[in-house]
Design a protein around this ligand. Structure first.
Ligand code: SF4
Length: 248
């Protein structure tokens, strides 16, 4: 599953320092609640202010499902670690209650924020989008010099990491990028690799929020095209046994 094993309750935290051109959750760019007017005139609000204890109270209700399925809580965003104290509190509560936790992160965060919670998180869903300096600057609006060091730190700490690779046609599906994914797979031989094929379902949200969507005319990646990305990765050396292709 794309957000971790078993049945999961996902907590989305608003706020992100990146601006990925393909972002599926543009309502997460800002840290504060945000409202849009729907075509039928109704208002939809993204975000509500809650404490970690309040959120844990909701997550905890699903414990029977977690126990039956091997699931747990996934903390997503945005980038959860723009709220380091909140994340630390929530994963501490989950850890104490023996609730499995997955943390989705773009990884472009101060190392100490990851180090502080590393022992409390069961699996990190760690993004790898492009070449960390010019590639990230071009596709996410910000260079990512801390990315590789953070990935190495999690491995050195013995943490479980799944590398998640959003792939967008004609944006980052070139051989150089796929080869760089294969190099990371070789460098970290236990790390699963997950391809996240582009889909354009967020197009309406971008426009409703008043943002320009550079990929407005880009179609979702078809399943055959996504499988072809997988074949190319295998050709570049990614073991098939460690590769999964997410839904398009
Ligand atoms: S890191 Fe995630 S939430 Fe942030 S802009 Fe990129 S895709 Fe969107």
């Amino acid at each position: 599953m794309e957000d971790g094993p078993g049945i999961r309750t996902t907590v989305f935290l608003k706020g992100c320092q990146l601006r990925c051109v393909w972002c599926h959750n543009p309502e997460s760019f800002t840290r504060t609640p945000q409202s849009i007017v729907l075509p039928n005139g109704a208002t939809k609000t993204y975000g509500v202010e809650m404490t970690a204890t309040e959120v844990f109270g909701i997550v905890e209700r699903d414990v029977p499902f977690f126990r039956a399925s091997g699931g747990g809580a996934t903390i997503s965003g945005g980038e959860p670690l723009v709220w380091p104290a909140f994340v630390e509190s929530l994963v501490t509560l989950c850890h104490a209650a023996r609730i499995h936790t997955a943390l989705e992160t773009h990884g472009v965060v101060p190392r100490e924020r990851l180090e502080k919670i590393a022992h409390l998180v069961d699996v990190f869903l760690f993004d790898y989008k492009a070449e960390p300096i010019d590639g990230y600057r071009r596709l996410t609006g910000r260079a990512a010099p801390e990315l590789m060091g953070n990935l190495a730190m999690l491995h050195e700490a013995g943490r479980s990491v799944i590398l998640r690779c959003p792939i967008v046609p004609k944006v980052n599906d070139d051989d150089d990028h796929l080869r760089s994914i294969a190099r990371l797979a070789a460098m970290y031989p236990q790390m699963p690799i997950e391809v996240m094929p582009f889909h354009n379902t967020a197009r309406d949200k971008w426009s409703a929020l008043g943002y320009d969507y550079a990929l407005a005319s880009c179609d979702s990646m078809s399943r055959p095209a996504a499988l072809e990305i997988g074949r190319r990765l295998v050709g570049f050396g990614v073991p098939e046994s460690r590769l999964s292709i997410g839904g398009g």
